[in-house]
Design a protein around this ligand. Sequence first.
Ligand code: 13P
Length: 267
Amino acid sequence: MRRLLIAGNWKMHMTAGETEHFFKDFLPPFSEEPLKGALAKGHIEVAFFPAFTSLYVASFAMEGAPKGFSLGAQNVHWEAKGAFTGEISPSMVAESGCRYCLVGHSERRHLFGETDEMTQRKIGALHDVSLKPVFCVGETLEEREKGKTFPVVERQLLAGFDGVPSEKLSLETVVAYEPVWAIGTGKTASESDAQEACHYLRAVVARHFGKDAADGIRILYGGSVKPGNTAKLLAMDDIDGVLVGGASLKSDSFLDIVKAAVTTLGA
Ligand code: 13P
């Protein structure tokens, strides 16, 4: 069974002080059932992707928390070091207490010019320091309306994974299917559309990297995930978690999303 990943991408929200407050509210329910048991059994993982400036505070806040919490960064440069003003290297991300790092988020692709080639370099550089990429792919509304969803996400996936050894995919890599038209719009993909795309992505992984990679790799859905639609999405066979933007910024709504995930496990 693939471990469910409930991830909060905080984007450019939450100062270090706000991060500290968030965890003071968010963590206490995890010392009680049913959340305590669900994490202890290892069937679910809760990850946060704060801004770089809040990583240290988040890592400190999570020190006394039960196992099952992880941290990730929102971006990384592919070089190990050098004259790249404003950039952060993979080892800097790792030393900040991170296990994960987002790659290819649609906001980076569309607002900051991140190309397929850059995603490929970043994924390789993250694997080199044993960080796990959370690799985002997704089509725009125009691409969906022209029936191009599958070719677009397949192109993105194969470009980013070019040269990645298949054994790195099953446990070391996560994919997030995030249709651009569903991000921050309140329009969630229906669970059947999300399942169809995630199933397709898993089949692409199987075709190019083998069955073990396809069976092991976790594929998340992201785009207007809320407490009310989490359980339906997670009930789908190929959806192994959710990547949540807006609804992860308030401790009570993100907690409700985690609780909905725990309910789907029957834990
Ligand atoms: P929203 O949940 O705000 O739509 O954002 C989704 C997202 O971009 C997560 O990476």
